[in-house]
Design a protein around this ligand. Structure first.
Ligand SMILES: Nc1nc2c(ncn2[C@@H]2O[C@H](COP(=O)(O)OP(=O)(O)O)[C@@H](O)[C@H]2O)c(=O)[nH]1
Ligand SMILES: [Mg+2]
Length: 187
């Protein structure tokens, strides 16, 4: 049983070549800026360890958290251009292409906020991930902010994207336990 609370920040890497030297399996969190990656990492690790960076241009591509000496949970700053995360689409795509080839990568946790329709860039990215062989764990975030009909709509949208298995996250203890279990099972 992995103890997710035994976590420490290891390093912030500008690209894969600067990843930690110790060989541990890795699980990568990806999703558009503001979808809730850092918040979910903090919930999973039960500490304020991942920060939502508001310093434009200072965002490094990959933040490594070592969990219980067992695996790396890796935060990415998020794709899509927003005011705060100035990671270019090209850098992000290159990083993904490199990472999916890494044998250490056990799964990608794809976070989606389906309160609204996704853009074409999101849809392209999901299609790309689906045709790689990497295992995908889909998390629909911000379920606590949706009413019943919005939740239903979110599920319909997920199905339309070819995503039939997903976890709904409202950041409750139950949600967190479920996501921890899903991550543990791919390592
Ligand atoms: N209500 C609610 N707010 C969330 C949830 N996840 C993230 N947030 C909020 O959304 C904003 C962006 O979250 P953050 O984790 O920084 O997103 P990131 O850019 O993907 O790392 C923050 O204000 C969070 O508090 C969630 O599941 N429910
Ligand atoms: Mg973040």
């Amino acid at each position: 049983m992995i103890d997710f609370r035994k976590a420490r920040f290891v390093t912030s890497a500008p690209d894969l070549s600067a990843c930690p030297k110790q060989e541990l399996p890795a699980v990568l969190m990806v999703g558009r800026s503001n979808v809730g990656k850092s918040t979910l990492i903090n919930a999973l690790l039960d500490q304020k360890i991942a920060f939502s960076s508001k310093k434009a241009g200072k965002t490094k591509l990959l933040n490594y958290f070592e969990v219980d000496s067992s695996f790396y949970l890796v935060d990415s700053p998020g794709y899509g251009s927003t005011l705060y995360a100035n990671i270019s689409t090209i850098n992000f795509a290159k990083m993904m292409e490199d990472y999916v080839k890494e044998p250490s990568l056990k799964a990608i946790v794809l976070l989606l906020d389906l309160r609204r329709d996704l853009g074409e860039d999101d849809k392209r990215f999901i299609k790309y991930l689906q045709q790689t062989k990497v295992k995908m764990l889909v998390v629909l975030t911000k379920f606590d902010q949706m009413n019943q009909s919005e939740r239903h709509k979110a599920k319909v949208r997920a199905n339309e994207l070819g995503l039939y298995q997903y976890m709904e996250s409202d950041l409750s203890a139950k949600t967190v336990a479920k996501i921890r279990l899903a991550i543990s099972s791919v390592l």
